[in-house]
Write a protein that binds this ligand. Structure first.
Ligand SMILES: NC(=O)c1ccc[n+]([C@@H]2O[C@H](COP(=O)([O-])OP(=O)(O)OC[C@H]3O[C@@H](n4cnc5c(N)ncnc54)[C@H](O)[C@@H]3O)[C@@H](O)[C@H]2O)c1
Length: 417
């Protein structure tokens, strides 16, 4: 699709008749046995169709519709503003698309989606007759509205109030699509996201170095490759590091910042500052394969697969257990905080038991865990574990963590479907 991605506010209008509807007011609908294309409900003398056929398109434009349906009530409830981009899913002949187009103005866009090619043709005729150049007709399918992909995520971000409605369109305006490495001379920060191949990344860095200014920072988003394996391909390796974003990168706050042996302190500081300004949570990490996240995650993921391989649980149950248990917990409590809270001795005993019971050294306690056992640094209960719990720090820590978990539980319950 050539159209520039734009924020889309998803609107499902009354035409989505196959979706389960709210119970009608008693007496307004009559039940009949469903005809092949109908849903078995009669309204105003007509059985409601599963999908409104294009044969009935004329009915959608009936003059009395404005009086019957009072579209202005819906349109004012939508609070559309000039410049917005909206989607009318199940647009039909564009009865609402056209009205929305007038509200978002020439600077806005209405994506009018329908699943019938004939309906799309009628809609385009209507829009050209009405000179509504800001309505873009899209042929979707029952499972895919065919909207520009980037715009749907942005629409969800607006809906979830992560991005303000009027900030969405300008954000996309700032993205320029380019092919090739030209025109990068003005860039102060270049974030590379090529496929995970050392050769490809090195070759590209060589060509890139000739096109960018000498003090531009070059960051690779590699999930595993040590920056020292890539740095020499950049002219001026002191301005190179890994900035590893996590997918989906526009949502997950963490970015791991990994300097190589030659990376300058200035490069690291500037990168950390930039990421913070972007609202991210940058975490520094020494140059070591897999950094923090991938190293933990590779073990975690393989262990989950082994559980399924051995028939211990199904993928669905592993996922359910992970989301309701570890995933829930670690959103509010760090791993080291939890080792301390539960007790280093618990981890030590669990590790020994499991390595023996499963006959696998992978589960043996880490050396530092054994050392903590020897020093009786077991967590809050002994005043020190990986963190210090002297004085009232134990109470403060435990109260803060309980509160964080309770708030998370509340959020989860409030947002449960
Ligand atoms: N997939 C993830 O979840 C994830 C998460 C964090 C980091 N990463 C890292 O991000 C990087 C990219 O991963 P991905 O999964 O997005 O890879 P990908 O292969 O899906 O996407 C890479 C993009 O680079 C483009 N491309 C390929 N060759 C190119 C070339 N010679 N010049 C310009 N563009 C080219 C491709 O068209 C594609 O759009 C890797 O280093 C990976 O380790 C991936």
């Amino acid at each position: 699709m050539n159209s520039k991605p734009a924020p889309v506010f998803l609107l499902v209008l009354a035409f989505a008749l196959s979706a389960p509807a709210a119970e009608p007011a008693p007496g307004r609908y009559a039940a009949v046995s469903a005809s092949p294309d109908g849903i078995g409900k009669v309204y105003a003398g007509r059985e409601i169709a599963r999908v409104m056929s294009f044969h009935g398109a004329e009915w959608l434009e009936r003059p009395e519709r404005a009086e019957e349906e009072r579209p202005e009530l819906l349109l004012s409830a939508l609070e559309l503003k000039p410049g917005m981009t909206v989607a009318d899913i199940g647009a039909g002949t564009g009865y609402y698309s056209w009205r929305m187009a007038q509200r978002v103005g020439a600077g806005g866009t209405v994506y009018a989606v329908d699943i019938q090619p004939e309906m799309i043709r009628l809609l385009e005729q209507q829009m050209s007759r009405r000179r509504a150049a800001n309505v873009k007709a899209l042929l979707g399918t029952p499972t895919d509205p065919g909207l520009p992909p980037a715009s749907v995520d942005l629409a969800l971000m607006v809906e979830e109030q992560v991005v303000a409605g009027d900030a969405a369109a300008p954000a996309l305006e700032r993205i320029e699509e380019r092919v090739g490495l030209g025109d990068l001379g003005d860039c102060a920060f270049v974030q590379e996201a090529l496929p995970e191949s050392v050769e490809l990344k090195r070759a590209t860095f060589k060509r890139l170095s000739e096109r960018i200014s000498a003090d531009a920072i070059v960051a690779s988003t590699s999930s595993t490759i040590s920056p020292s394996h890539l740095a020499h391909a950049v002219a001026g390796p002191e301005r190179f590091l890994v900035a590893h974003w996590l997918n989906p990168a526009h949502i997950i706050p963490l970015v791991e910042v990994v300097p190589g042996q030659q990376t300058s302190a200035k490069t690291v500081e500037s990168t950390l500052r930039l990421l913070e300004r972007l609202g991210k949570t940058p975490v520094r990490c020494a140059d070591s394969p897999g950094f923090i996240g991938p190293r933990i995650q590779v073990l975690l993921m393989n262990e989950a697969v082994r559980l399924v391989e051995e028939g211990v649980a199904t993928p669905e149950d592993v996922d359910r257990a992970f989301r309701a248990g570890m995933g829930f917990r670690y959103a509010s409590v760090g791993i080291f905080e939890f080792i301390d809270w539960g007790g280093v001795d618990i981890l030590y005993r669990a590790s020994r038991y499991m390595s023996e019971a499963l006959g696998d050294d992978r589960f043996k306690p880490a050396r530092l865990v054994e050392q903590k056992m020897a020093y009786n640094e077991l967590g809050p209960k002994t005043g020190r574990g990986f963190f210090d719990y002297a004085g009232d720090r134990r109470d403060t820590f435990e109260t803060a963590k309980i509160r964080a978990l309770l708030r998370q539980l509340k959020r989860d319950r409030e947002s449960a479907p």
